[in-house]
Design a protein around this ligand. Structure first.
Ligand code: MG
Length: 260
C-alpha cells in the first residue's frame, strides 16, 4: 500500500485503538516511571511570563516565545501571493489590506501555543459573514474564525471563535467592534507513525478574551469553503497564515510557543 493510501486507510481505524497500539511521545517518561516527589526529576525551564494587554497597550510576550509581531513591522511575514506582506502597519498594530492576499509566517510551526490580538472595524460595516471577517490558520490549513460577532448573527460554525465549518464556539465571548480581543490557542497537529498511519487527528483549544470557546475539539480535516475535505498527509510544521477577507481587521501582539 502506498504511503498516501495508508494514510487514508488509517483514517478509517478507530483513533483510540490506533493510539493505544502505538503510543506517541515514546521517549517521554510516564508518571509511573518516577517516584512521587522525586527530586531527581528535571526542573522545568524558568521563563518570564507574559504581561496582560490593555485596550491602550499590548502586553509583553513570555520570554521563551517566538514573537511574530512586536508592533513594528511585518518582517516575519510574507504574502501568499509571493514577496513581502503588503498589509498596513500603523502605530502598534497591522491591518488587512483588501485584495493584498493572505499573509503567512516565513517560519513553519506545528504544535504550539499561539497568542493573537485582533480588532474588527468600528463603526461596523455589513452583516453576517461580511462584517470584520478574517481568520487564523495554524499550518495554513485550519481556520479559527475572526469575525465581528457582536450583535451580528451568522451560521454558528462560522462565527468568531468557531473552527470554521466544523465547531461553533461554546459561548459568544465577543467584545464590541473597535475593541481589542484576544485568542489564546493550543494547536496539536497530525501525527503519523513511520509507515504513514495516522496516529492523531488535529486538536484545537481556544480561549477568547480569557473564556474557553473550543475545548480540545478534534477536527474532521482541513478548512475549506462549503465542504469538509478529509485529511491529507502533511509535514509536521507549516507556516501560520492570516486571512484577507477584504475587511480592514487589525492585529497586534502575536506570539507563539512551540510545543514538543
Ligand atoms: Mg474568516
Amino acid at each position: 500500500m502506498s504511503k498516501r493510501a495508508a494514510v487514508f486507510a488509517a483514517l478509517q481505524v478507530n483513533a483510540v485503538v490506533a493510539m493505544s497500539l502505538v503510543g506517541f511521545g515514546a521517549q517521554v517518561k510516564r508518571v509511573e516511571d518516577w517516584q512521587i516527589h522525586d527530586r531527581n526529576r528535571p526542573r522545568p525551564p524558568v521563563i518570564t511570563p507574559a504581561t496582560s494587554s490593555t485596550q491602550e497597550k499590548a502586553g509583553q510576550p513570555p520570554s521563551d516565545a517566538v514573537v511574530l509581531f512586536d508592533g513594528k513591522d511585518l518582517s516575519k511575514w510574507v504574502s501568499v501571493k509571493g514577496g513581502p506582506a503588503k498589509w498596513k502597519v500603523a502605530k502598534d498594530y497591522f491591518e488587512v489590506v483588501a485584495k493584498a492576499g493572505a499573509i503567512r509566517t516565513k517560519q513553519s510551526f506545528g504544535d504550539c501555543q499561539l497568542h493573537v490580538e485582533w480588532m474588527t472595524p468600528d463603526p461596523p460595516h455589513g452583516d453576517d459573514q461580511d462584517r470584520g471577517n478574517s481568520g487564523i490558520f495554524p499550518m495554513g490549513l485550519y481556520e479559527i474564525q475572526v469575525l465581528d460577532s457582536y450583535n451580528n448573527d451568522t451560521y454558528p460554525d462560522g462565527q468568531a471563535s468557531a473552527i470554521y465549518g466544523q465547531y461553533p464556539p461554546l459561548v459568544n465571548a465577543c467584545r464590541p467592534p473597535g475593541r481589542w480581543q484576544t485568542y489564546d490557542i493550543i494547536f496539536h497537529g497530525l501525527r503519523f507513525d513511520k509507515d504513514g498511519n495516522l496516529l492523531r487527528k488535529v486538536h484545537i483549544t481556544v480561549f477568547q478574551n480569557g473564556v474557553l470557546t473550543q475545548d480540545n475539539v478534534e477536527l474532521t480535516g482541513p478548512t475549506a469553503h462549503k465542504m469538509r475535505p478529509p485529511y491529507k498527509a502533511t509535514p509536521v510544521k507549516l507556516p501560520l497564515e492570516l486571512q484577507d477577507h477584504n475587511h480592514p481587521v487589525r492585529y497586534r501582539n502575536i506570539w507563539l510557543r512551540e510545543l514538543n
